[in-house]
Design a protein around this ligand. Sequence first.
Ligand code: HEC
Length: 129
Amino acid sequence: MKVAIIGFSVACLLVSGTAFASEELAKKNNCTLCHQLDKKGMGPALKEIAAKYKADAEGAKKIEEAVKNGSKGAWGENSVMAAQAQVKEADAQALAKWILSLAEDKVADDKAAPAEAAPAEKAAEPAAK
Ligand code: HEC
C-alpha cells in the first residue's frame, strides 16, 4: 500500500514538474485570488494573458512590469490591478515565464495564430482540395 502511494506521488511530481511549482508561487503571491488558469475572475485568465503576450518578444518583461507596477485598462475600461509590490524580483520573473508557458498548452484557435504556431498540428490536417 505504502509503495503504491509513494509511486503515485512520484508520478504526480513527474507529470506536474515546474508548472506545479509556479502555480504554488502564484498562490503564495496571492495572484490566484484574482487570476484563474483558464477562467476570467476578478482578473483575466492566465491563459488569456499568455495568449496576448506569447508572440511578443518583450512579453515576459511586460508581464513582470504589470506585476511590479500594476496595470490599468488593458483588459477593460474599469479594470485595474494594483502594483503587486509584495512580489520578489525573482518571483516576478518566474511568474512571467510560467504565465507565458501556459500559452503552449493550447494554441488559441479563436485568435489569429502567429506564423510560428504549431506546424505539427497544421501538418496533420488534410491537404486543401
Ligand atoms: C486584486 C486582484 C488581483 C490580484 C491579487 C492580481 N491581479 Fe493581475 N490583474 C488583475 C486585473 C483586474 C487585471 C486587469 C488589469 C487591466 O485591465 O489592465 C490584471 C492583469 C494582470 C496582467 C496583465 C497585464 C497586461 O498588461 O495585460 C498580468 C500579467 C497579471 N495581472 C499578473 C498578476 C500576477 C502575476 C499576480 C500575482 C503576483 C496578480 N496579477 C495579482 C487583478 C489582480
